[in-house]
Unconditional design. Sequence first.
Length: 96
Amino acid sequence: MEKPFETSLNELEKIVNQLENGDLPLEKSLSLFEDGVKLSRECRERLIQAERRIEVLLKDSDGNLSLKEIEPESLRAERKTQTGKRIVFDEDDVPF
């Protein structure tokens, strides 16, 4: 069962606060960072899905307000076709 968006966001905020304090051992920091990245991606995906649902609710083919149900499978298929982007740092630009 998927946890509510707000719960995931609260967990992410706690992780960010812990990492910002900087009082953790390296391994714990890395573990928290990994968890934070996962939560961030989950939250972002859920926001994208919500945005798409809103767009479908607001527009029909004539630009009029309408209500249309989106099948979750179609969103998953669309998600698989998207290319992911990675941020790569040069040695001199590492943020930590």
